[in-house]
Design a protein around this ligand. Structure first.
Ligand code: NAG
Ligand code: NAG
Ligand code: NAG
Ligand code: NAG
Length: 249
């Protein structure tokens, strides 16, 4: 490890002190290689998630998927049991169940993991199996995304340490305890971590992500037009902080 670091350091120094003249004349440098387009998507499911936190992005992604060869969308949960959303019907049971395609133990290779929020994020917060999954899968991902209080799960997995991220206004005071740098914003991007505000903000996050990380705004626009939504493209647009009397931390 030490010798590798030393070689790295020497290479860095050599690069830093190299003069432009030391390069042989030749054609201009090619542009740096771009990150590959993230194609293998996963949505993390857990009981009592907010449906729209996951299904808003999923409706966008489902359209993107039909227009993007080789894109996949996995629903990942602790078990293969259908995952109840938080809304209960008149008979007391959940009205919506999401069907997992894989479990957290399947080691499904992913490029992007999206984590929804909802009342269930507080339970997932104390679920060591789920938190360990997120912690362990993160280094293998190109990107990790959360909507609403899903940021709480990222925080518990240690992924937001020292990072900027945002979350739902409705439970702001509880959420900001999990991480100090929480701005008012529709969504926040810090490195490969993209987090959105409450519920419907996940759709704006998905639009921005498809436009930027999948490098195709036409595709994002097409998905938005099919689901007939007027997207907020300015990440700093966030009237809900004032409505909920909260401020950036
Ligand atoms: C899709 O995957 C197949 C099989 O790996 C590969 O041959 C093909 O080039 C891929 N298509 C695109 C557009 O990436
Ligand atoms: C999670 O664990 C903490 C610490 O044990 C506890 O204070 C909190 O109430 C738990 N949350 C839930 C939703 O169970
Ligand atoms: C972007 O998406 C549109 C709509 O699917 C497609 O027609 C276009 O070829 C894509 N552009 C690139 C650069 O892949
Ligand atoms: C925010 O503050 C205003 C003015 O003090 C108050 O009328 C309103 O009820 C507050 N809203 C919330 C959600 O607490």
């Amino acid at each position: 490890m030490h010798s590798l670091n030393l070689i790295g350091l020497l290479t860095l120094l050599a690069t830093a002190f190299a003069t432009p003249e030391s390069h042989p004349p030749g054609p201009p440098h090619p542009p740096p290689p771009q990150r590959p387009i993230p194609l293998r998507w996963g949505i993390l499911g857990f009981p009592k998630f907010v449906g729209l936190d996951a299904y808003g992005p999923i409706e966008m992604l489902n359209i993107v998927k039909t227009l993007t060869p080789n894109m996949t969308l996995a629903i990942i949960a602790e078990t293969m049991d259908p995952i109840p959303t938080h809304v209960l019907g008149d008979l007391g049971g959940p009205i919506t169940l999401m069907k997992p395609t894989h479990t957290i133990y399947d080691k499904t290779p992913l490029d992007v993991l999206l984590i929804p929020g909802g009342p269930g994020s507080r339970i997932a917060y104390n679920n060591t199996n789920l938190i360990n999954y997120v912690k362990n899968v993160y280094p293998s991902l190109q990107y990790i995304l959360s909507t609403c209080t899903g940021a709480q799960i990222l925080a518990k997995a240690g992924i937001l340490d020292g990072k900027r991220a945002t979350t739902a206004k409705f439970s702001w005071n509880e959420m900001v305890k999990s991480g100090p740098k929480v701005p008012c914003a529709r969504w926040v991007k810090d490195g490969n971590i993209w987090t959105s505000s409450g519920v419907s903000a996940g759709i704006d996050l998905t639009y921005a992500f498809v436009a930027e990380a999948m490098r195709n705004e036409t595709l994002a626009e097409r998905a938005a037009n099919i689901i007939e939504i007027e997207i907020h493209k300015d990440s700093s647009w966030d009237p809900f902080c004032a409505i909920w009397n909260v401020t950036s931390t």
